[in-house]
Every structure is written in C-alpha cells, then in structure tokens.
Design a protein around this ligand. Structure first.
Ligand code: ADP
Length: 187
C-alpha cells in the first residue's frame, strides 16, 4: 500500500508519517530528510540543494526526479511506502504515477493534513527555536508557504479526481490526528 502525506510545511506530515509507517510496517520515504542528510554530509546532491532549501524554494525537478526514482526502486519499498514530502510538483506526481503504474501499483490513499496558515507559521517558528532548521527563518517560511500554494496545492485537484484524497483536520493532539488517520485507512 502506498500512502502519500500531503500538506503545507508545518502541517505535521513528518510526525504523522512516522506513526503511520511504524504501525503499518512500511518504510517512510522523506525527501526533505534525504536532502538534509545530503547537505550535512556535503554530497554533490547536498551542495546543489542547499541554496534552494535555505531560501525555502523547491529543489529543481531536474535534481529531484532522479532521487525519487532511486528511492522508489529500493527493494524495501516494493510492497508499499509512506511518501512524505513528495510528489510536490506536477512532474514529480507524473513520475510517481508512472513508476508505480509500471509495477501494477498505484497511490492508494492521499492524506491531506489541513492546518490554518497562522498555526503553520506558529509551529515552524517555534520549531526554529528548538531545532534550528536553516529554512525556519521568517523569510524562508513565507516562501515555503507560497511555493506550497503555487506548486503543490494544485496536486490535490489532480488526485481528487481519482477519489483517493482524504482531508484530515491537522489541528488537535498528535494522538487524535493519528486516530483519525487510522480510521480513514482502516488499519
Ligand atoms: P517542509 O514541508 O516543512 O518545508 P521538507 O522537509 O519536506 O519540509 O522540505 C524542506 C525543503 O527541502 C523544501 O523547502 C525544499 O527545498 C526541499 N524539498 C524537499 N522535498 C522536495 C521535493 N520533493 N521537491 C523539491 N524540493 C524538495
């Protein structure tokens, strides 16, 4: 089973994705974490991605598409995975659809974590104080929210046509949201 977590930055995709992946025994593929590790270790991918990430912009598809291909090809994800942080553009969605389609698979569920913008900003700002993520600055947060609306939110309509999008209220306790997701997925 392939489950995609969709939502604005700060909506809790990472937190809920981790709980969900552990419960279902599926790997979680998180492009943001892969990129942050690449930046820290200074790989060519990291060197290329860093500037975009720090500014809150998307790393260009020219770079990301091969990363996604590589991740989906890993044997541990053949039977399913929780996707966190991608697809985030139309080209990425096409690649995921095509790659799974070639294997006779598809995205089964899309969970759209719905959080009001002022709460998103509040969460990212307080996370900045705790974790010191370089893209949790006021300027980068603003850009990330704009980029989400412009490039990623349109994917909701694309997937909604297939009837696989579930809107999950993303405010409330972590447990309550996890319970709602469990109800939606049915396990
Ligand atoms: P958030 O969703 O909270 O902004 P992520 O960890 O998902 O956090 O992403 C952090 C940054 O990593 C993004 O702003 C972007 O620069 C880069 N990134 C992550 N995933 C992708 C992706 N699929 N395509 C392009 N850039 C990405």
């Amino acid at each position: 089973m392939f489950i995609l977590l969709l939502g604005a930055p700060g909506s809790g995709k990472g937190t809920q994705g981790k709980i969900l992946a552990e419960r279902l025994g599926l790997p979680k593929i998180t492009t943001g974490d892969i990129l942050r590790t690449a930046v820290t270790t200074g790989t060519p991918l990291g060197r290329e991605a860093k500037k975009f990430m720090d500014e809150g912009k998307l790393v260009p598809d020219a770079v990301i598409l091969s990363l996604i291909k590589e991740e989906l090809a890993k044997p541990e994800g053949w039977q399913g995975a929780v996707l966190d942080g991608f697809p985030r553009t139309a080209a990425q969605a096409e690649l995921v659809d095509r790659t799974l389609g070639e294997r006779g698979q598809r995205l089964n569920h899309i969970l759209l974590l719905d959080v009001p913008e002022e709460e998103l900003v509040r969460r990212m700002t307080s996370r900045a104080a705790q974790e010191g993520r370089s893209d949790d600055t006021a300027e980068a947060i603003k850009t990330r929210l704009q980029v989400y609306q412009r490039d990623t939110a349109p994917l909701i309509a694309h997937f909604a046509q297939r009837g696989i999008v579930h809107r999950v209220p993303g405010t409330g306790t972590v447990d309550a949201i996890a319970t709602e997701i469990r109800r939606i997925i049915g396990r």
